[in-house]
Ligand binder design. Structure first.
Ligand code: ATP
Length: 300
């Protein structure tokens, strides 16, 4: 992963008809990250993304690309950022190739880029098919292909898996992971589906009612201080945990959730083995993004 912040939102505020939609929202998107932008429906994700790509101006605050305000560097977004926000507009009676060629001609860019993006997004075989015959998943891929035409460093995608079937979701997910890990792009993707984001993002921001609730790396965030313990001899293990004075709760016969410091784990395992307790599993419990989100919203 690259170093530094590539795109930054600094204290963005936005109202529509005197109603505050985004409130003092700051984000730092690390270069090379797959950044999940999460929040419930109506939290303000699309509005934030529109500001990030310069489609609408913030009332207050600013967007910085590589440290420079986009207000003074308008071409930065055009040259370095590709986006898929709202439904992409295309001509249904034209083929995928013709749609992409139309854009390239308009901006005076070479047509040779088209086959590259058709390959990257996996719709090369449908290159000459009319878009009106495309499935929703293929249309999303075409939208991504449009966003990739310029070979941008950063991709900003608003709910790209919305409306897709499980197979389509899976394919887009792996495509985004590939774009980030293989092609080195920074991928900023919004979703209200926490479970889906957990499978691909390395950084996340959680917003609710236009405010930032959490931003950071996902790595250890989901780790808890609890361990899942599964053994064959449940009663013996329970007695041992009690004798050791550990906090625990029984989840099922022979299955416990134990509060224990990582440093103490080897000693507990040695004790169990010496008492002929067969340990089937001892693993750090991970909370789901959903559990984390709910606890953060509750704390707010
Ligand atoms: N142009 C607009 N005029 C008035 N209100 C707007 C406008 N755009 C968005 N809103 C309002 O702002 C709030 C946030 O909308 P936004 O689309 O940014 O949320 P979101 O997090 O993307 O939600 P979703 O997941 O449903 O797309 C909503 O209450 C919406 O009705």
């Amino acid at each position: 992963m690259g170093e530094g912040t590539v795109l930054q939102a600094s204290r963005l505020t936005k109202s529509f008809r005197a109603q505050r939609i985004i409130q003092d929202l700051s984000l730092k998107i690390p270069e090379g990250s797959l950044y999940g932008f999460l929040g419930p429906n109506g939290a303000g994700k699309t509005t934030t993304m529109r500001m990030l790509v310069g489609l609408i101006p913030p009332d207050d605050g600013e967007v910085l690309f590589k440290g420079k305000s986009i207000r003074k560097w308008k071409s930065a977004l055009f040259e370095h950022v590709g986006c898929l926000i709202d439904t992409p507009s295309y001509y249904p009676n034209l083929s995928a190739y013709e749609n992409l060629a139309y854009i390239q001609k308009m901006v005076g860019k070479p047509l040779k880029e088209i086959d590259r993006v058709l390959h990257v997004t996996g719709i090369f075989k449908a290159r000459d098919k009319k878009v009106k015959h495309f499935s929703l998943g293929m249309k999303q891929r075409l939208g991504l292909a449009m966003a990739l035409l310029n070979d941008p460093e950063v991709l900003i995608l608003d709910e790209p898996t919305n409306g897709l079937d499980p197979e389509g979701i899976h394919e887009i997910r792996y495509l985004l992971i590939d774009l980030c890990r293989q092609e080195g792009k920074t991928v900023f993707v919004s979703s209200h589906n926490l479970a889906e984001m957990e499978m691909m993002a390395d950084h996340i921001a959680l917003i609710d009612k236009g405010r930032l609730i959490y931003e950071g790396a996902l790595g250890t965030l989901l780790m808890t201080e609890q361990y899942v313990l599964r053994v064959r001899q449940g009663e013996k293990a329970e007695q041992l945990l009690e004798a050791e004075g550990l906090e625990f709760c029984k989840e099922a016969p022979g299955a416990f959730l134990v509060e224990i410091e990582q440093e103490e784990v080897p000693r507990l395992l040695r004790l169990m083995i010496s008492q002929r307790i067969d340990v089937l599993e001892m693993a750090r419990k991970k909370q789901t993004l959903e559990e984390l989100f709910l606890s953060l919203v509750r704390d707010e």
